[in-house]
Design a protein around this ligand. Structure first.
Ligand code: FAD
Length: 429
């Protein structure tokens, strides 16, 4: 019998983790990891943080060194784009015509940045941030720029804006909604973060959107907004979210609905094709069982682990508490769970000290916890959410209530699964 081949399309966080997990779990067949970028698989979070100031060394970006792939016999095909999936013949076609046969295909294609539907996108100085090449370019531009406008008050926009302020730029964030990070954060936490950014010198304009990008001699010079204002800029970062890379799947006739549709085992409708990471739409217990598409390192590592287990014959439900972090200058935000639909927010800790958490409840059930500079609460929250409905708002509010002892007491026996339904607050749009 010939050795089975698993082809992984997309050599980012999820693709690389799938290959590594397959080997960790003893898969002995051929593993081919195909990516269209020229670099070794790397982590993206530093791109909007330490990489821009030089605080994060380039060598620390790589998820594994070259030797790792050699040692584990993972065939890396870099600078190679997968152009087509030929399902009837179980093979993929790479740019340039090379054909790879597969016994199983994993789609780990990530997401791409949304662009503004406006003239002026092509002006020099209008940038987006998703990959290393763009981060290198932004780092150089930040060193020369004086005035930055960030379009979109989401995680990536705020991380870059906070860095720009630290570097001495005059930075403005223009956000269409009336709160920052509105898709993912409670009003309480967003309000605190807004005040903190403003206190550090970042201008934030809420409730207004961009109507135009103007330029001089091909270079961006200003951003105009719906309220008739004009913000001078020599650099504009567009951070208005990302769309999943689903074209390959769609062209191959796979089901797509804000992501490649997979079940709790990361399987598509084709038994020989699975999908993981930012490009997937997957049922999630913490979203009441509805399908969500998540953009986070946790999701891009936990899904591949569950998938690899199934591919080696030990099926494992993908059932891990979602979590996420964002470092915005000295503000260290950590979020566990999915809870923007929550109706009851409870504060724990001291807001004035800048170290506190917001515990979000819905129908009395803990849905998510947002922690600012309180990593202990975040770790406890992940355990509490995994355990199910075991914390009351009163307990969360009480500073003397010992969360760790409470978790230890409830960890004996089976986890309690909460009987709640919800939409997808931490979901990527
Ligand atoms: C700037 C930035 C900062 C972030 N910060 C955080 C953070 O602080 N915390 C956090 O939890 N998450 C963060 N994230 C999100 C996190 O990095 C992603 O969720 C994670 O990288 C997703 O992994 P992935 O493998 O699904 O996608 P990716 O890492 O994007 O990898 C997908 C790869 O597939 C390639 N590809 C696409 N189409 C093809 C094709 N047809 N053929 C071959 N290759 C293809 C892409 O070029 C890419 O290399 C951040 C993301 C960005 C962009």
């Amino acid at each position: 019998m010939s050795t089975p081949t698993i082809v992984i399309a997309g050599a980012g966080q999820a693709g690389s983790r799938t290959a590594a997990s397959l080997r960790e779990l003893g898969f002995e067949g051929r593993v081919v990891l195909v990516g269209d970028e020229p670099h070794l698989p790397y982590q993206r979070p530093p791109l909007s943080k330490g990489h821009l100031t030089g605080a994060a060394a380039r060598d620390n970006l790589w998820l594994h060194p070259w030797t790792f792939y050699d040692h584990h016999e993972i065939e890396l095909r870099l600078s190679k784009r997968v152009n087509r999936i030929d399902r009837p013949n179980n093979r993929v076609e790479l740019a340039g015509g090379e054909i790879l046969d597969y016994d199983h295909l994993v789609l780990a294609l990530g997401a791409r940045n949304r662009t503004l539907p406006l003239d002026g996108n092509e002006l020099d100085g209008v940038v987006g941030l998703r990959n290393l090449a763009e981060a290198d370019d932004i780092r150089e531009r930040l060193a020369r720029a004086r005035r930055l406008v960030v379009v979109g008050g989401g995680f990536i926009g705020l991380e870059v804006a906070a860095t720009a302020v630290k570097l001495g730029l005059d930075a403005v964030v223009v956000e269409i909604a009336d709160q920052l990070m509105g898709r993912v954060l409670s009003a309480q936490m967003a309000g605190f973060v807004l005040d903190a950014h403003r206190a550090r010198g970042l201008r934030v304009e809420l409730g207004t959107s961009v109507t135009g990008l103007t330029g001089t001699a091909g270079r961006v010079s200003a951003v105009t907004t719906t309220d008739g204002r004009e913000f001078p800029a020599d650099m504009v970062l567009v951070g208005i979210g990302a769309a999943p890379n689903t074209n390959l799947a769609e062209d191959a006739g796979l089901r797509v609905d804000n992501g490649i549709v997979v079940d709790e085992y990361l399987a598509t409708d084709d038994a020989q094709i699975s999908a993981v990471g930012d490009c997937t739409s997957c049922p999630n217990r913490f979203a009441g069982g509805t399908r969500v598409r998540l953009e986070s390192v946790h999701n891009a590592t936990a899904q591949p682990r569950a998938l690899a287990a199934r591919l080696v014959g030990r099926p494992e439900l993908y059932d891990s508490v979602p979590w996420f972090w964002s470092d915005q200058g000295d503000l260290k935000l950590q979020i566990a769970g999915l809870g923007v639909q929550s109706s009851h927010a409870v504060l724990r800790g001291d807001v004035d000290s800048g170290r506190f958490s917001v515990f979000c409840f819905h129908d009395g059930v803990l849905r998510s916890v947002e922690s600012l500079n309180r990593p202990g609460d975040h770790m406890a929250a992940r355990k509490l959410l995994a355990l199910g409905n075991c914390l009351t708002p009163e307990q969360a509010r009480d500073p003397d209530f010992d969360l760790r002892a409470h978790i230890a007491a409830h960890s004996i026996g089976d986890p309690v699964v909460p009987a709640h339904r919800a939409t997808s607050p931490r979901a990527a749009g």
